[in-house]
Ligand binder design. Structure first.
Ligand code: ADP
Ligand code: MG
Length: 269
């Protein structure tokens, strides 16, 4: 599969919508360990943001706060102006109901390093499950759309196969199809190719590239620097719970201003 073969159908099937992400003064600690120390980030709808940085710099924590997997201690996160977990009234922040939190969670898809597919379900069942459960989509419809999504990630032929019968690259593509099934406004990737054998990395990056050209709002934590440089509109370098430097790839990767960014890029190249 090449990027070009799937571009049209990806745009047709994933139907991107909105996806402006705003993070303001985000702070998060685990006990004494300050993991996010004042992060500010804006992601424009339909753009790709690559997050780079050494292990332990807070990249995963930042992504997780965008999906209610972690709560901030201070600061706010908003998607399309709606504050995650809260609504605004008379300048007060009032906590949302559990139902609204669940809705917000469906609006942000996440793809993990370790795929996290349901082992007892086929590829198609993995993709169709969440729309049925979270959105109440009728079974026939969820399965039909699941097939379309598997086609966009190049796995139409694997619909009835179980995860253990798939390569790591194929499993990750199923996980991407599953994340797309809820029609998220934003899709988060946390090192989506780090667990893959080198020869399987490109097939997953090709799918992400298709999503990017289809206008899906993407945030990707990755160590694939060449990919980030090629696909990202905006690159963020994190270290020690802070954004050290951010900007277009030509700047942050091509001509980094900070010593820490330069050191990091040299180490991983
Ligand atoms: P990165 O993704 O950049 O490697 P993380 O956001 O995963 O960084 O973690 C940042 C720091 O927070 C690390 O030191 C990690 O060990 C710590 N950490 C992450 N999650 C937890 C947790 N649930 N409890 C305690 N410490 C955590
Ligand atoms: Mg991480």
């Amino acid at each position: 599969m090449t990027a070009l073969e799937t571009t049209t159908s990806t745009a047709a099937v994933t139907a991107p919508r909105g996806g402006r992400v705003e993070v303001r003064a985000a702070h998060k600690a685990y006990g004494d360990l300050e993991v996010l120390r004042g992060v500010d980030l804006t992601v424009e709808p339909g753009t790709v943001t690559a997050i780079l940085g050494p292990s332990g710099s807070g990249k995963s924590t930042l992504l997780r706060t965008l999906n209610h997997l972690e709560a901030l201690d201070r600061g706010v996160v908003a998607i399309d102006g709606e504050i995650m977990g809260y609504r605004r009234r008379d300048d007060l922040l009032l906590e949302l109901s559990e139902k609204d939190v669940l809705r917000q969670r469906t609006e942000v898809g996440m793809v993990f390093q370790q795929f996290h597919l349901f082992g007892h379900m086929t590829a198609l069942q993995n993709v169709a499950e969440a729309p049925r459960r979270a959105l109440g989509v009728p079974k026939r419809e969820a399965l039909a759309r699941g097939r379309e999504l598997l086609e966009t990630v190049g796995l139409a032929a694997k619909a009835d196969v179980y995860p253990r019968q798939l390569s790591g690259g194929q499993q990750q593509r199923v996980a991407i199809a599953r994340a797309l099934a809820l029609r998220p406004k934003v899709l988060l990737f946390d090192e989506p190719t780090s667990a893959l054998d080198p020869e399987l990395v490109e097939e997953v990056l090709a799918v992400i590239r298709d999503l990017a050209s289809a206008g899906t709002t993407l945030l990707i934590v990755t160590h694939e620097i060449a990919f980030a440089r090629d696909v990202a509109d905006h690159v963020v370098f994190m270290d020690g719970g802070r954004i050290v430097e951010q900007g277009p790839p030509e700047q942050v990767i091509g001509a980094p201003r900070h010593e820490r960014t330069r050191g990091f890029l040299q180490r991983i190249h």
